[in-house]
Design a protein around this ligand. Structure first.
Ligand code: UDP
Length: 327
């Protein structure tokens, strides 16, 4: 039985959908603070909080857990700057509670959601896995500390953990039954699409004076279903006795904010006329992944790498009249 923490969230709900499609036995642990029970589909929920050592441990007493995929965490860089303690508590102590519960119940397979934010301001792009980890926000720090705890637990207790460093997760399931729904929403693609759907006011472009061809930030957008595939491969690796490892997960291709806006206009047929605003503090100019390691190790290859495809999938979900955090 696979334990999926944060299975009601954006990436977690797509993971569970895939596990259901493949008939893989799993259970979700989620406090529903940021996730939506409507996203769970047929997956079974144990409602609980990563910050509670007892609640996390109780799951391992109730269920025959063999491996864990850990998504449950706060994810907003800007929020982390304003409320760092919440990130240390939920993200970092949460991982510690999980590792302790796994150690005492002899569960030693973990797939961990890490992030490009652990790298901080890149010294080179695309970023390889051996790039120094110089995170520049409490969010990145909370994930970096989690990574260090996982490394220590691997060395000390034989935990086998695959850390996946995501770049910018995007898109939604092509059948539009689940998708991205943060409240408040801060991510570029949903903000652009919600503006196109008339569900948000005019969007802003944060910074037009970066050292990039069109002056706006470049990011590596990766379809959520391609991210899920990386987790499936990680699970198989661990099930086959594979050892700890870490991988970037991105397409390797960057798109500027202006390119995303143009693609969103093309897909939706609406003019967005974005307001040109100041830079958002802490945004590096360019973040793209060198994902050659996961490609050569496991043959992972993004199946939906085109920006238009990601935006079309997200649009199907966000333009649904029934869309909303409580749908
Ligand atoms: N961005 C923007 N307007 C928005 C939201 C985001 O211009 O309303 C920019 C943001 O500054 C960054 C890029 O879009 O350069 C991607 O931001 P997002 O929050 O989606 O992901 P992040 O890269 O911060 O994880």
């Amino acid at each position: 039985m696979i334990l999926v923490t944060g299975g009601a969230g954006f990436i977690g709900s797509h993971m569970c959908r895939r596990l259901r499609d493949e008939g893989i036995d799993h259970v979700v642990f989620d406090n529903l603070e940021r996730g939506w029970k409507e996203s769970l589909g047929g997956s079974r929920l144990i409602q609980g909080d990563m910050r509670s050592r007892e609640e996390v441990a109780a799951v391992f007493d109730r269920e025959e857990i063999t491996a864990v995929i850990h998504f449950a965490a706060y994810i907003e860089v800007g929020e982390s700057v304003k409320a760092p303690a919440a990130f240390w508590e939920n993200n970092t102590i949460g991982v510690w509670n999980l590792i302790e519960a796994m150690r005492s119940r002899e569960v030693n397979q973990l797939v961990f959601s890490s992030t490009a934010a652990v790298y901080g301001e890149p010294q080179q792009v695309p970023i390889p896995e051996h790039h120094p980890r110089n995170s520049t926000s409490p969010y990145g720090d909370s994930k970096l500390a989690s990574e260090r705890m996982i490394e220590a637990a691997s060395a000390a207790y034989g935990l086998n953990a695959v850390r996946l460093r995501y770049f910018n997760a995007a898109g939604s399931h092509p059948d539009a039954t689940i998708g991205e729904a943060h409240d408040p929403e801060t991510h570029l693609i949903p903000i652009a699409l919600l503006a196109a759907a008339g569900k948000r006011p005019r969007m802003k472009i944060f910074g037009t004076d970066y050292d990039t061809p069109d002056g706006t930030c470049i990011r590596d957008y990766i379809h959520v279903c391609d991210l899920v595939e990386a987790h499936i491969l990680a699970l198989k690796h661990l099930e086959n006795g594979g050892k700890s490892d870490l991988f970037n997960v991105g397409t390797g291709k960057g798109f500027s904010v202006k390119e995303v806006v143009s693609a969103a206009e093309m897909v939706t047929g609406k003019s967005l006329d974005p307001e040109l605003a100041d830079r958002r503090p802490g945004d590096p100019a360019v973040l793209t992944a060198d994902s050659s390691k996961i490609q050569s190790a496991w043959g992972w290859k993004p199946q939906r790498p085109d920006l238009e495809t990601m935006i079309e999938d997200a649009w199907r979900w966000l333009s649904d009249p029934a869309y909303g955090p409580n749908r």
